[in-house]
Design a protein around this ligand. Structure first.
Ligand code: PEP
Length: 248
């Protein structure tokens, strides 16, 4: 099944709002991006989203928040809601990133709430899953990924969503999962999704994330179940991310 590749950048807590727009002319020039062939999304700090709307409209790049709350409004200081994001005309949102799980007490349950609310709002969640180094070394990868996928499975009642497999030990460490390690987990995720949503699982894009860079992206993208990448560090440099989008 041919799935349109999706290349997503995750800027994390980097760049100032006033610097953000400078990235895109160089990225667009170097990547010679063909939007009919590859989707491109940047998950940026919430402070940048409003400023990047014109660039999104002119270029076709999608911008996304790196987190959302599942309630539509209320006493949740510091949070942003899905209606706020929709009011900006945005379509994607990152949820369940391992840094949110590790540093901000995000749980399988809160990730599932976010997935459910985003899908009800007809938005596209990019849902991150992945095992830690200790879990991989103790042969718990299958168990952890299965638990994480099943935790939001009941929310998958229609609509588009993306899964990002991000082994925690590979994020920002320079260690990348081998092509085989990544493909094995991507195939597992697709099998698990098939148990939940049937043949629609063949249309779901599953991204790899974890020290992806120009030097290793082609081998990863050549795998049957790897449909793109979620890229942290290398998405901060126009030339690096442009080369990766070209590879897709
Ligand atoms: C990420 O932040 O999702 C990520 C994969 O980071 P990096 O590419 O820097 O490992």
């Amino acid at each position: 099944m041919a799935r349109k590749p999706l290349m997503a950048g995750n800027w994390k807590m980097n760049k100032l709002p006033s610097e953000a727009a400078d990235f895109f002319p160089e990225f667009l020039e170097l990547s010679k991006w063909q939007k009919e062939q590859v989707d491109v999304v940047f998950a940026v700090p919430a402070t940048h989203l409003d400023r990047l709307l014109d660039i999104g409209e002119e270029s076709g790049i999608s911008f996304a928040p790196q987190n959302v709350h599942w309630e539509s409004a209320g006493a949740f200081t510091g949070e942003i809601s899905i209606p706020m994001i929709q009011d900006l005309g945005l379509n994607y949102a990152l949820v369940g990133h391992s840094e949110r799980r590790q540093y901000f007490a995000e749980t399988d349950e809160t990730v599932a709430n976010k997935v459910g609310t985003l899908l009800s709002a007809k938005m596209t969640p990019i849902i991150c899953v992945g095992e830690t180094q200790v879990e991989r070394e103790s042969d718990k990868t299958v168990e952890v990924i299965t638990r994480q996928i099943k935790s939001f499975a009941s929310k998958l009642t229609g609509g588009d969503f993306v899964v990002a497999y991000e082994p925690v030990w590979a994020i920002g460490t320079g260690l990348t999962a081998s092509q085989e390690q990544a493909q094995d987990v991507h195939a597992l995720i697709r099998r698990l999704l098939k148990e939940e949503i049937g043949e629609q699982a063949d249309t779901v894009r599953i991204l790899y994330g974890g020290s992806a860079k120009p030097a290793n992206i082609s081998g990863l993208l050549a795998q049957d179940d790897i449909d793109g990448a979620l890229v942290g560090g290398a998405s901060l440099k126009p030339a690096d991310f442009a080369a990766m989008v070209q590879a897709a």
